[in-house]
Design a protein around this ligand. Structure first.
Ligand SMILES: Cc1cc2nc3c(=O)[nH]c(=O)nc-3n(C[C@H](O)[C@H](O)[C@H](O)COP(=O)(O)OP(=O)(O)OC[C@H]3O[C@@H](n4cnc5c(N)ncnc54)[C@H](O)[C@@H]3O)c2cc1C
Length: 467
């Protein structure tokens, strides 16, 4: 655990005297904010709940003057320790959580960073629109946190990652500069000029190493700063996890919510075969293509009863493929063609909306359901969202299963297979004395494996402390 960087009471007194009334350093607040949804625990020096942007700016100024780090925070659903820090945690979700503007014609909205995804989605859906990225935590995660992590979800396959859906950002950088980043480009400041120089000096590396496939979410997305992409700092900041700038306000793009949707479930003998089939599914332009296997389905059956799982086609692993569009006949035709792809041994088109919803619920609850191994041992995050280019997914999954055997670990891989992103919870032996050494050894080998496939340590949760 990191040590506290400053005497909390004097910090809080200064914040309060400078017009930030809800600044706290009591033991309860610091304990509550010492964790997010990750394995990590770091006690902050103080927690601030700003009611206005002025209070955010004052807090950041106090932190800069005192040399204290700060961590912006939304709902704290980060899994890699992204939303914890030893300095001041700024909770945007309590007060700065409104949808400020909504433009149906332009299909855009302006939100405060603490606006919950579901709040924005409710307004959007009432107008036949939706915010494209949809993390499983959509009922509580905030748009600021999604921007921090470049969050994705099942339908990012069709509608893009958060980085693809941000139209403007109002930010304050680490040195305190305010920037408005919109469609009209990036203003020239000493910091942005330095970034331009960095990119000019590293064009070859950035062009060949970064942005190679959609879910290369680890690290800073410097590819958005390439000259041919118009030095788009707005998109580059998405995924920087609050380490470069704090988002004060965001403009987001909304997309039309397709009126017709059909779920096609394809069955395979094993999870590797399901991965192999992804390249055959993608030409049908699915809005989602999610993979899971019988291990998760068995957990649902045993915990919730057989009625919780609608009839699935044969096989021991499945792809859930959502086909959507504006024309009912065209959607039905495309779904029928997906159900007949050679790569799938079995298939079923789910016409009943309730059955489709029940199946999606199994997929969405996957992270929670996988929280215990088949032997009933707790299974943890820590290596839970690596991604590889989708065309290599089948072989990666087979090698990953072998790696689990080598390390005597169990887990059920599932996730956004259309994007090559694999979720898993593993029964790391933290109860043993050598538990953290075993954790480190597995992570090192898993990182080597994913890099052999040209993949990314994180495909949507971000790097946080874990990566
Ligand atoms: C069970 C489970 C399932 C999940 N499923 C998915 C999934 O399907 N897809 C997916 O993409 N993710 C998923 N996640 C991860 C997580 O929910 C998302 O990344 C989510 O968008 C984080 O939002 P939040 O509001 O909780 O952000 P937080 O966790 O609070 O913060 C996220 C990051 O953003 C930064 N941040 C917050 N506010 C600001 C701001 N105003 N300015 C700058 N930076 C800021 C934080 O410092 C942090 O680095 C899942 C997590 C869990 C626990």
């Amino acid at each position: 655990m990191a040590t506290t960087l400053t005497a909390p009471t004097s910090l809080v007194s200064e914040l309060r005297s400078r017009g930030v009334p809800d600044a706290r350093a009591d033991a309860t607040s610091r304990a509550v904010y010492s964790s997010d949804a990750s394995l990590y625990r770091v006690q902050p020096a103080a927690v601030v709940f700003p009611r206005h942007l002025d209070e955010v700016l004052t807090t950041l100024e106090v932190c800069r003057n005192r040399g204290i780090p700060f961590t912006p925070r939304g709902a704290g659903t980060s899994i890699a320790g992204n939303a914890i820090g030893s300095g001041v945690v700024i909770d945007f979700s309590r007060h700065l959580n409104r949808v400020l503007e909504f433009d149906v014609e332009a299909r855009t909205a302006i939100v405060e960073p603490g606006a919950v995804h579901a709040t924005l989605q409710k307004v959007a859906l009432a107008n036949g629109l939706r915010f494209g990225p949809d993390p499983s935590t959509h009922s509580r995660c905030t748009v600021g946190g999604m921007i921090g992590n470049n969050a994705c979800g099942s339908r990012a396959l069709a509608y893009g990652r958060t980085a693809d859906n941000v139209t403007q950002l109002d930010v304050v950088t680490g040195s305190g500069a305010r920037l408005h980043l919109g469609a009209d480009g990036t203003p020239s400041t000493p910091e942005t000029d330095a970034l331009r120089s960095l990119v000019s000096a590293e064009l070859g590396t950035i062009r060949t190493e970064l942005g190679r496939f959609g879910r290369q979410v680890s690290g800073y997305s410097l590819e958005h700063l390439l000259p041919e992409r118009g030095f788009d700092l707005r998109r580059m900041l998405v995924g920087s996890e609050g380490t470069l700038a704090v988002v004060l306000q965001a403009g987001v793009r909304l997309v039309a919510d397709a009126p017709y949707k059909t779920l096609v479930v394809l069955g395979f003998e094993n999870i590797g075969d399901a991965g192999d089939a992804v390249p055959a599914v993608l030409p049908f332009r699915p809005t989602a293509c999610e993979g899971l296997d019988s291990r998760i389905v068995e957990v649902v059956r045993s915990r919730k009863g057989p009625q919780a799982v609608p009839e699935l086609p044969g096989g021991a692993a499945w792809l859930f493929v959502e086909i959507s569009g504006d024309d009912a006949l065209e959607v039905a035709d495309r779904a029928a063609r997906v159900s007949r792809i050679d790569a799938a041994r079995h298939s079923r088109i789910i016409g009943d909306i309730r059955q489709a919803a029940a199946l999606w619920r199994i997929r969405e609850d996957g992270g929670g359901l996988a929280g215990r191994s088949p032997a009933g041992v707790p299974a943890h995050a820590g290596w839970e969202d690596a991604a590889v280019p989708p065309e290599t997914l089948g072989n990666y999954l087979r090698d990953f299963d072998n790696l689990l055997l080598t390390h005597s670990l169990t887990g059920f891989p599932f996730g956004h297979f259309g994007d090559g992103c694999v979720h898993v919870r593993l029964d790391f032996p933290f109860h043993r004395e050598d538990g953290t050494a075993a954790f480190r050894a597995f992570l090192t080998d898993a990182a080597a494996l994913v890099s052999r496939y040209g993949g990314s340590l994180s495909g949507e949760h971000g790097d946080g402390r874990a990566r």
